[in-house]
Design a protein around this ligand. Sequence first.
Ligand SMILES: *[C@@H]1O[C@H](CO)[C@@H](O)[C@H](O)[C@H]1NC(C)=O
Ligand SMILES: *[C@@H]1O[C@H](CO)[C@@H](O)[C@H](O)[C@H]1NC(C)=O
Ligand SMILES: *[C@@H]1O[C@H](CO)[C@@H](O)[C@H](O)[C@H]1NC(C)=O
Ligand SMILES: *[C@@H]1O[C@H](CO)[C@@H](O)[C@H](O)[C@H]1NC(C)=O
Ligand SMILES: *[C@@H]1O[C@H](CO)[C@@H](O)[C@H](O)[C@H]1NC(C)=O
Ligand SMILES: *[C@@H]1O[C@H](CO)[C@@H](O)[C@H](O)[C@H]1NC(C)=O
Ligand SMILES: *[C@@H]1O[C@H](CO)[C@@H](O)[C@H](O)[C@H]1NC(C)=O
Ligand SMILES: *[C@@H]1O[C@H](CO)[C@@H](O)[C@H](O)[C@H]1NC(C)=O
Ligand SMILES: *[C@@H]1O[C@H](CO)[C@@H](O)[C@H](O)[C@H]1NC(C)=O
Ligand SMILES: *[C@@H]1O[C@H](CO)[C@@H](O)[C@H](O)[C@H]1NC(C)=O
Length: 804
Amino acid sequence: MAGFASPALLPLVSLVLLLRSSAAQHTLGAGSSLSVEDHERPFLVSPDATFSCGFLPAVHVDNAFYFSVWFTAAKNRTAVWTANPGAPVNGRASRVSFGHDGVLALADANGTTVWDSKTGGNKRLAVSLLDAGNLLITDPEDSTGVAAWQSFDWPTDTLLPSQTLSKDKKLIAGYYTLYYDNDNVLRLLYDGPEIASIYWPDPDLGVFGSGRTNYNSSRVGALDDAGVFLSSDNLRAEATDLGVAGAKRRLTVEQDGNLRMYSLDAAGGWTVTWAALKQPCSVHGLCGKNAICEYQPSLRCSCAPGYERVDRQDWTKGCNPTFTANCSGAVAPERFKFVKVAYTDFYGYDLGFNQSVTFQYCKSICLNTCSCIAFSYRTDGQGRCYPKGLLFNGYTSPAFAGSIYLKVPRGLNASAPTPSAGLDCNHNGSGAAIVPPYAYTYGAPSSHTNWSYVFAFAAALGFLELLLFFVAMAWWFLSGHESIPFPSSLEASGYRLILGTQFRRFTYRELKNATGNFNEELGRGGSGIVYRGVLDKATVVAVKKLTNVVQGEEEFWAEMTVFGRINHMNLVRIWGFCSEGKHKLLVYEYVENGSLDMHLFGDDVGKVLAWSERFKIALGAARGLAYLHHECLEWVIHCDVKPENILLTRDLDPKISDFGLAKLSGRKAIGDGVQLSHMRGTTGYIAPEWALSLPVDAKVDVYSYGIVLLEILIGSRISDQTTNGDRLEMCQIAQALKRVVATGEVVSLLDSRLDGQFNPRQAMEMVKLSLACMQERSNRPTMDDISKALTACDDEDEHPAYFR
Ligand SMILES: *[C@@H]1O[C@H](CO)[C@@H](O)[C@H](O)[C@H]1NC(C)=O
Ligand SMILES: *[C@@H]1O[C@H](CO)[C@@H](O)[C@H](O)[C@H]1NC(C)=O
Ligand SMILES: *[C@@H]1O[C@H](CO)[C@@H](O)[C@H](O)[C@H]1NC(C)=O
Ligand SMILES: *[C@@H]1O[C@H](CO)[C@@H](O)[C@H](O)[C@H]1NC(C)=O
Ligand SMILES: *[C@@H]1O[C@H](CO)[C@@H](O)[C@H](O)[C@H]1NC(C)=O
Ligand SMILES: *[C@@H]1O[C@H](CO)[C@@H](O)[C@H](O)[C@H]1NC(C)=O
Ligand SMILES: *[C@@H]1O[C@H](CO)[C@@H](O)[C@H](O)[C@H]1NC(C)=O
Ligand SMILES: *[C@@H]1O[C@H](CO)[C@@H](O)[C@H](O)[C@H]1NC(C)=O
Ligand SMILES: *[C@@H]1O[C@H](CO)[C@@H](O)[C@H](O)[C@H]1NC(C)=O
Ligand SMILES: *[C@@H]1O[C@H](CO)[C@@H](O)[C@H](O)[C@H]1NC(C)=O
């Protein structure tokens, strides 16, 4: 209990932190350490304060930190060296320490050492940060001055003035590497999951064409304070602010594959003073296979005509053909045509090369070569022809004197780049911003019960809840309640604190028993398997066992904090949870009649949903979502609305389930939207703005709901809709809906199994709402609007006016 006095100590703690931070050191001896909770305080600051070193919050990750060195004066702290690149440590209980054994080590929340300097054996070692930005471990009494370890020998993505790049050192960012190749040339390499290729110096120009040489085998490069980067292969790069005295510079390989030199300006921002690639799309691998990179005015990717995206979330996976090519048989060439994409080329994977040939000859080569899927023909007067076997590293540039001609089946309608899910068929928006590769969230540690953790929760929830907690505890002691085991750890009281009294914590044994050792599976999804269970020999429940423990932890916490507070007739109630080591389980209300998809898309003729049931489901789901969006204590986005997540009771009343994907956010986030740090949801139901990496708000649920609404009307999956075997794009579907609204011909759209039995006014309202939901985000209605609009035509229910 004593711990709950801690909030009162807060001002004192911050004062102590403040005092300590003002006395930052540039050298520390054995036994020094810094915990991640103190990340406001640097571990070390260089003597003239140019550099600091300590914990740096990860940019695209919540609650995660790097141990890094950065320029103290930079507004946005940019790491120039990182101990744990790509593998941030938890924002609670992680720690960096310089031990008595002379080892500098970084430990994650669970105590695992994620990085160490591998020094040691010398008890006199000290760690210091130099004005050049070098983090150094040395023996102060060793006159040779040789460092036991230094960060300059282990660069991450950045080179600082006075730091040398040599044959054993590389700068790495994501899939991109700057390194000295074994022919002595400094190069940029894309080393992706499918292909690897070098894109700098320009492969078309070659080593000497780019002003380099491969004759000097020294393989060293260095940046100086004046802004010149010199490499032994004759590369000389000069900053635009060449010679400016005292400029603070860095040379960095970035996640977009470019190599840039920067200077720190007076306002603490970074100015680019040199870049290796002038045309960003010359970088390889940005858009994946069969995709084209375009810079206009920012980087965009799109699929080549006749190809469609593999993964809406990840451009590096590229695009797949929408057709199957069959080039066997004598008449094969007649089955193909070519689609031209001007000013565009795909680098590499040539099946051959011919110079001074005509366009027709080049075309015939590709037509008569089965493995040829496109050809590049350059119109610079030299008649160069490159038949292609694979399409990687595609780019469009007005400067490119040539076109790519894609070989597609004659019947394919692929005259323009395939638009992604947008309403306007002539929309340019088939592209999407590049999603940073290191985008994920970090869960809080659970196996590691710790005060700081419970305390953080208590602080977050505030005194009101503390009060509730004490009341609940008092009631609990007085009532001598038995069924809830006394929380043996503070973690348990943390849970109780969040969830109040309605909620139960179960032991794993209890749930194992209740589910008969997990023998009756009800269903499975991305987050876990659901089992049927019986509590107290009477109540049937659904027990969800979270399978993926790492990811499950995150979802678990999301579901805990959300579910404990939510109670609405169209939302699945959660009765409790279990958390024991790796066992994470949720106990839900059991909903008898399965999920909507089984009723809507199933083949069982006897089970066809009647019109009144469909309308009731549409209305109930809208009310449930409206409650989540507008009425909850906390504002909740579901993020995975689909028929699988709409469960039906015995009376076919809908209940929305699976809030595991929901992201909590405070009310303040309504205006600006919430940036989800990684993609969630299900293809076919996710709003286009997700693919564009825009901040996500409740309108993503509105979009998904619109798709579900349409599926309720037509009785089949939208993603299965085709004409002549080609998948319909969302824009075509929207055009069809507009026609229905204009002509009033709603019958043609409806599920034929309804046999004409429907309410025309309700159906038309649903078509209009569905169409509105697919609009561009700002034009979509809210779930509240939808719920009201549907309620307004619900009163007809008692006197149904059926057609035919
Ligand atoms: C809690 O974390 C602190 C550091 O944040 C650590 O010193 C302490 O040992 C931890 N307590 C337990 C019980 O693991
Ligand atoms: C500690 O956590 C990391 C991930 O955060 C994990 O890879 C590692 O296995 C854990 N170690 C132990 C001993 O639990
Ligand atoms: C090779 O490069 C190094 C470093 O740039 C330079 O000092 C040396 O003179 C060069 N050697 C030749 C033969 O050019
Ligand atoms: C810091 O980063 C933010 C967002 O990335 C940007 O808007 C802002 O201009 C940056 N500030 C400086 C001083 O560079
Ligand atoms: C390809 O076309 C030939 C000739 O028309 C035909 O015999 C063969 O079955 C086709 N193969 C496939 C996979 O469609
Ligand atoms: C084109 O190149 C191929 C080899 O790649 C060669 O066999 C053929 O004769 C060349 N055609 C012309 C017209 O040069
Ligand atoms: C191909 O698409 C265009 C517009 O995208 C359309 O006008 C044309 O009728 C389509 N052709 C076929 C054969 O579907
Ligand atoms: C589409 O692209 C054209 C030029 O490529 C541009 O003029 C137009 O504004 C773009 N439209 C949209 C909606 O971005
Ligand atoms: C486990 O289930 C059996 C019946 O299947 C019951 O007799 C027993 O009491 C249960 N044990 C616990 C701990 O609930
Ligand atoms: C599910 O609903 C149907 C009505 O569509 C009903 O006939 C059936 O008995 C229900 N199934 C269960 C398990 O309650």
